[in-house]
Design a protein around this ligand. Structure first.
Ligand code: MLT
Length: 411
């Protein structure tokens, strides 16, 4: 018998979203006539924008002819896509990022986990609480933590509470941490980080030799013109931050799969012998060895996201989901709930009513309103007593879900 990776045995229960799906399926099996509306996992529902479909159709045609057929592409992504990303997502915002600092991938979830391949297990890691569970679970799997306590906090991780009391803006760590995960607009709370808050993080990282892993998967949802879209809008970030971006929630690519990670060439880490080593070179080496790139067809689709038509259509998609978020906010606020997020983010974060804990509220909503959300405690101990509602669904479903929630629940 082979020896297993015992770290997997430290993981608490199942991954959050499959666990929710399990409970919902059990409910649906027992109640086959119930029309369950899912506002749980942040999965897009609206069709791919036309400009993207047209480009992908053309790419399929390319693949059907010897002259334009594509085999293996560059592991880091095609140059034409990396250049568009650098121009539109960074240089247009005065961020000093070059195309060759961009690594196209099949998802930010994978990249935020895979990045641990190039980091030592001795680093002190800080995460928000609540937090996107992938950051924590991948560190557990990699053996960077001890066991979890009863509240689900893993020994060895530094948790930075994000609560209504601190406006969901975590304080800087008291002592030294080496790796800091930041996610803005935030999943799950929907909070955003001001320029000043991000500057404090960058200054902390540069003065402590720490690395920021900045997850900006929801940046397209920023409506406030003063909120930075990229960590590289902050002075000094090229020396301390890696940024993760995704086409999933902007261009509707959750099923199509395309994302990218930015690793500036100026970013270094320390080798065992004390030498400074470029993280760009390590990530490039990692990707070339373990990854064969995103398909040509999908990258052509992602490229079309930057065309004039593509940008217009994506902006329409994002506005659609933000209008859903506004409807959710209003319905919950009118029911007397304490509501956060949902303005610069597709997630609404709500305080659970009448002293119910997060899973109790999940069950109540599922059983009484047939509406699925995500229990805040699934994102960490500080998420207990909160509940996340996703704006990703059709207008009809969101309206119906909110009628049911408002009509059946005393908040
Ligand atoms: C979520 O619901 O938090 C997201 O869908 C998770 C993800 O993007 O992987």
């Amino acid at each position: 018998m082979p020896q297993i990776n015992d770290n997997y045995l430290k993981l608490k229960a199942g991954y959050l979203f499959p666990e929710i799906a399990r409970r919902v399926n059990a409910f649906a099996d027992a109640n086959p006539d119930a029309k369950v509306i899912k506002l749980g996992i942040g999965d897009v529902t609206e069709p791919l924008p036309e400009a993207i479909r047209v480009a992908m159709t053309k790419a399929i045609h390319d693949m059907g002819q010897r002259e334009t057929f594509h085999g293996y592409g560059p592991e880091q992504g095609y140059e034409w896509l990396r250049k568009k990303i650098a121009t539109f997502d960074f240089q247009a915002r005065d961020c000093d990022i070059d195309a060759d600092e961009i690594f196209v991938s099949d998802g930010s979830k994978c990249d935020t986990g895979n990045i641990l391949d190039i980091l030592d297990s001795g680093n002190v890691i800080a995460v928000g609480d609540p937090v996107y569970p992938v950051y924590v679970d991948t560190n557990v799997m990699a053996g960077h933590t001890g066991p979890a306590d009863n509240a689900g906090r893993y020994d060895g991780l530094v948790y930075l509470p994000m609560t209504a009391e601190n406006d969901f803006t975590p304080a800087l760590p008291d002592g030294q941490v080496d790796v800091i995960y930041l996610c803005y607009p935030n999943n799950p709370t929907g909070a955003v980080a001001s320029r000043q808050a991000l500057q404090q993080w960058v200054d902390y990282a540069n003065s402590h030799g720490a690395l920021i892993l900045f997850d900006a998967a929801y940046e397209a949802y920023i409506t406030d013109p003063d909120i930075p879209h990229s960590i590289y809008e902050i002075e000094g970030a090229r020396d301390c931050a890696i940024e993760f971006r995704s086409f999933s929630k902007s261009a509707g690519f959750t099923g199509t799969r395309c994302a990218y990670t930015v690793v500036p060439r100026s970013l270094t880490g320390k080798a065992g012998d004390g030498r400074a080593v470029e993280l760009h070179a390590l990530w490039s080496r990692r990707q070339s060895t373990k990854f064969n790139g995103v398909s040509y067809i999908v990258q052509r689709g992602a490229e079309a996201a930057y065309s004039t038509e593509g940008r217009k259509q994506i902006s329409g998609l994002v506005s659609f989901y933000l209008e859903n978020a506004a409807l959710i906010r209003k319905a919950l606020t009118d029911s007397g709930a304490q509501v956060y997020g949902g303005v610069n983010a597709p997630y609404v974060w709500v305080k659970t009513p009448s002293g119910l804990n997060s899973w109790e509220f999940f069950d109540k909503l599922l059983h009484e309103a047939h509406v699925v959300g995500t229990p805040g405690s699934g994102f960490g101990a500080a998420g207990e007593g909160y509940f996340r509602i996703s704006a990703f669904n059709s207008r009809e479903n969101v309206e119906e879900a909110m009628e049911r929630v408002a009509g059946q629940l005393v908040m």
